[in-house]
Design a protein around this ligand. Sequence first.
Ligand code: PCA
Length: 201
Amino acid sequence: MPARNTGPKLLVTGFGPFPGAPANPTEALMGTLRAEPASTFGAGALETAVLPTEFAGSWDMLRELYADFAPDIVVHFGLSLRAEAIHVERVGRNRADPDKPDAAGQMPSSGRVLGSGPDALPATLPVEEIVEKLGAAGVAAALSDDAGAYVCNATLYRSLHANAAPRVGFVHVPPVGQAGFTEARLAEAASIILSATTAKR
Ligand code: PCA
């Protein structure tokens, strides 16, 4: 009998460059994760994507992915230039900085991600467990209640608002070379994070 893929359908995303960040480590990270079989992370199917760091363009791409792949779990990764640890985001907020142009030179006009919608939506990943498992592996990690007011926060907020999957969350990573983080260390951290999300019943 052919082996049946069991386990949840896992969608993992990173971002391309944006003003102030000519290289985004989460783009390289997607290349590394894509080379692995889904079973490495306890998933039945794995899809990865690199989103443009654009308020509109990122959502256009995600909407298609959600319709085509129908994920059970969505883990977004993004770069935080100031982070000294992996930040597992606990909440997406309905706010968008009108003074910070995205990679397409566009800025949100209203200060909000969506005109309607609650001020905050909680991430639905097992965030505490993820931070615990990272800590146990010696990876600097912390919970965060502030995903910013740029494209990353907007992505988390919109995915949660759209009920894109039963489990949705966002992880900010530091730049490579900051606080001892290397590409390999980020890949190791991502693997721990993804396995923690699929292991949760
Ligand atoms: N970081 C930005 C957007 C893309 C990314 O990787 C952010 O934190 O909003």
